[in-house]
Design a protein around this ligand. Structure first.
Ligand SMILES: NC(=O)c1ccc[n+]([C@@H]2O[C@H](COP(=O)([O-])OP(=O)(O)OC[C@H]3O[C@@H](n4cnc5c(N)ncnc54)[C@H](O)[C@@H]3O)[C@@H](O)[C@H]2O)c1
Length: 384
């Protein structure tokens, strides 16, 4: 249960924003905040001067700086967006919150659950908005799939299978699960509205020693439901596919399609309720029509940026708030523990953790007992 106070509302017509990090993804955030009418993009910060020169040529009215401190010190800036590699998320977001700024951090929220917890506590203490860039939650496709699943149209959900594969971009500080799976995990948790009981993950580092470039993760939920997530930087084709299998219908979501991202299949397999002999036993296959639900065309990142500003103004908690970011990082940490334990299960529990030692320096989950192929580990569950 979340008993904390919501953030305070900031009653301002124009909110002033600074963005830190303009490598690959930052420019998309910059473009969107610059285009929103009730927002003033004041400062872009990056350590790389060539990136800043390029941004300055695209946005001549915007200040550029190599020092994040200049963003935090600026009294006019209400909100800070962090779009740097993951290892910088915590120090930059912490400084921004300490300077009284509302913060949007790109996914994954930070390098460890301990860091995420500290940021959540800091934002709560200071009544500031803390939002995480789980961008797919703001997409029409995910909204529609969630609506269909919650309407009961597909029956009871049996399992979800997700694939996010391509060649590269190889990261140096995080493995492919930390890089790509946040998208799948955030979508799956959003559709199910609950967090998993258990995580397993297997994988291999083929190119950079110690950094897995192919992983297979599985999340187990109550009622025998599960989700599998395959992430890879070593595939010739780009694949972004998810299958949601229900007892009555199945949904295929292909994010690379422009006009037919979702298709609902009226197919199922039933077992006959009664049969007396094996000869009578026959599965009944149902093949019905398939249909493509209509989706409004909107850029998910634009909706995400808009939502961030709305939450700051109204003092409401974002759909992808710090707690959702923490929950996701707990799952990623569990996946790393499972990888180290040759795919062994890492269990989450509804019970508060006992005074098991937390390894702050490595950012590892506290474990009880320690991880091993036959020794399940436990972490605290974020939502029942
Ligand atoms: N939401 C999405 O769909 C999505 C998509 C891609 C990436 N991302 C996330 O965006 C973030 C950035 O990823 P990227 O691919 O753009 O990385 P990148 O390496 O291409 O760019 C990061 C930039 O941050 C700058 N930087 C690093 N430390 C800094 C510091 N302390 N102060 C100022 N600038 C600093 C670097 O110079 C670089 O230009 C990551 O968290 C990534 O996971 C999100």
């Amino acid at each position: 249960m979340d008993n904390s106070n919501p953030p305070s509302a900031l009653n301002k017509e124009i909110l002033t924003v600074g963005v830190i990090g303009c490598g690959y993804w930052g420019p998309n955030l910059i473009r969107n905040f610059n285009a929103l009418r009730d927002c003033r993009l004041k400062t872009i910060c990056d350590r790389d001067e060539r990136r800043l020169d390029h941004m300055a040529s695209l946005y001549p009215g915007v200040t550029v700086t190599t020092e994040a401190e200049n963003v935090f010190r600026d009294k006019e800036i209400d909100a800070v967006v962090v779009a740097t590699p993951v290892r910088f998320h915590f120090p930059l977001a912490k400084q921004a919150l300490l300077a009284g700024k509302h913060v949007l951090i790109e996914k994954p929220m930070a390098s460890s659950a301990a860091e995420c917890e500290e940021l959540v506590a800091l934002a709560d203490e200071r009544n500031l908005t803390l939002m995480i860039g789980h961008t797919f939650i703001y997409s029409e496709a995910v909204h529609k799939i969630t609506e269909i699943v919650h309407s009961g149209d597909i029956g009871d959900l049996r399992y979800i299978n997700s694939q996010r594969l391509n060649l590269g971009l190889f990261q140096k500080d995080i493995n492919v699960a930390w890089d790509l799976a946040p998208h799948d995990i955030s979508i799956i948790l959003h559709i199910l509205g609950e967090s998993p009981d258990v995580v397993n993950c297997q994988g291999n580092a083929h190119v950079t020693p110690g950094i897995e470039d192919v992983t297979n993760m599985s999340l187990g939920f109550g009622g025998k439901r599960f989700a599998t997530i395959q992430s890879s930087w070593l595939e010739p084709r780009k694949v972004r596919q998810m299958t949601i299998v229900g007892t009555r219908r199945m949904i295929v979501y292909d994010d690379l399609q422009t006009n037919e991202k979702i298709r609902v299949y009226d197919v199922r397999v039933d077992r006959p309720p009664h049969y007396d002999s094996f000869a009578e036993f026959q599965y009944s296959y149902h093949y019905g029509d398939s249909y493509i639900p209509h989706l409004e065309q909107s850029e998910p990142l634009k909706v995400q940026c808009r939502h961030f500003l709305d939450c700051i103004r109204k003092g409401t908690r974002p759909m992808t708030c710090g707690r959702r970011g923490l929950e996701l990082v707990q799952i990623l940490e569990a996946s790393s523990q499972s990888l180290a334990a040759a795919g062994g299960p890492i269990y989450f529990s509804d019970e508060p953790e006992e005074a098991a030692p937390r390894q702050e320096s490595s950012g590892a989950l506290s474990t009880k007992p320690s991880a091993g192929p036959n020794q399940p580990s436990r972490a605290r569950k974020m939502r029942a």
